[in-house]
Write a protein that binds this ligand. Structure first.
Ligand code: SF4
Length: 254
């Protein structure tokens, strides 16, 4: 599918961060010159946490994962294009940090006595606004309670604990999934974990509201108008250091 055939939360976020990077990736289809270490680490942690909840969904006992660090290492080694480590980063330390993050997330009592696992990486898709293509998304963890009420959880690996402003910045993702899920009642939250030797876990609830949906609709409407009209200005700044198009972009500040 091309950029104009569907949207996703990450596509909208990339457009908002730097429309020029969106153009390289989704309109020109240019290959990124490297894979960011944060992407590989986050993706590997998601896979391992997903495996944990998959066992619970299948009625199996949760197990420790002494091989988590090796798994993350293999993800680093197999990334294509190759991973670019930050100036102060080290592959093996990142693998150990990732393993500690997985343990912190799986030790958190997310389900309690209320929830059971209903799905992992659950596909949700559909239109959000009439004039834009449909959205596609994957819910990290879908939970259900005894009454059939659904709970949506998205896992985030973060540099530091989220402030209210960061939660506000990200809440549109869960508002979007809530809308696409089309369920009568949902409980939406982020489960965040910091990238640290002693990772900190936060469960942050996003309250659904008509105002939140309207704000999301308006944001998506503006982004789509920009894409459709070919508006892709460069937005150089700190993001250039993580951008896989910095080598070809004349505006790069990296
Ligand atoms: S290098 Fe910077 S300005 Fe250029 S596309 Fe990437 S983020 Fe945008």
């Amino acid at each position: 599918m091309g950029a104009c055939e569907y949207l996703s939360w990450s596509r909208v976020q990339l457009y908002l961060r730097c429309p020029r990077a969106f153009w390289y990736r989704y309109i020109e289809g240019a290959p990124s010159s490297f894979t960011s270490s944060a992407l590989v680490l986050g993706s590997a942690v998601h896979d391992l946490v997903g495996e944990h909840f998959g066992k619970l969904m299948a009625g199996e006992a949760a197990e420790e994962m002494p091989w988590a660090s090796d798994f993350i290492g293999a993800c680093f080694d197999e990334a294509d294009p190759a991973v670019k480590l930050g100036a102060k980063e080290d592959r093996d330390s990142l693998c150990d940090l990732g393993a500690a993050m997985v343990t912190a997330l799986t030790d958190h009592d997310l389900l309690g006595d209320t929830w059971s696992v209903a799905g992992i990486e659950e596909l949700v898709e559909g239109p959000l606004i009439d004039e834009a293509p449909p959205f596609v998304g994957y819910i990290d963890l879908l939970m259900v309670d005894d009454t059939g009420q659904l709970g949506v959880v998205d896992f985030k690996t973060t540099k530091s604990r989220w402030s209210n402003a960061t939660l506000r910045e990200n809440s549109g993702q869960l508002v979007l999934y809530d809308a696409l899920l089309d369920a009568t009642t949902t409980h939406c939250s982020f489960l965040t974990v910091t990238k640290a030797k002693a990772p900190k876990v936060q469960q942050l609830t996003v309250e659904g509201s008509e105002q939140g949906r309207e704000q999301l609709h308006e944001q998506v409407r503006h982004v789509w108008r920009g894409i459709e009209s070919g508006t892709f200005p460069a937005h150089p700044g700190w993001g250039c250091g993580y951008c896989g198009y910095q080598d070809r972009c004349p505006h790069s500040s990296a």
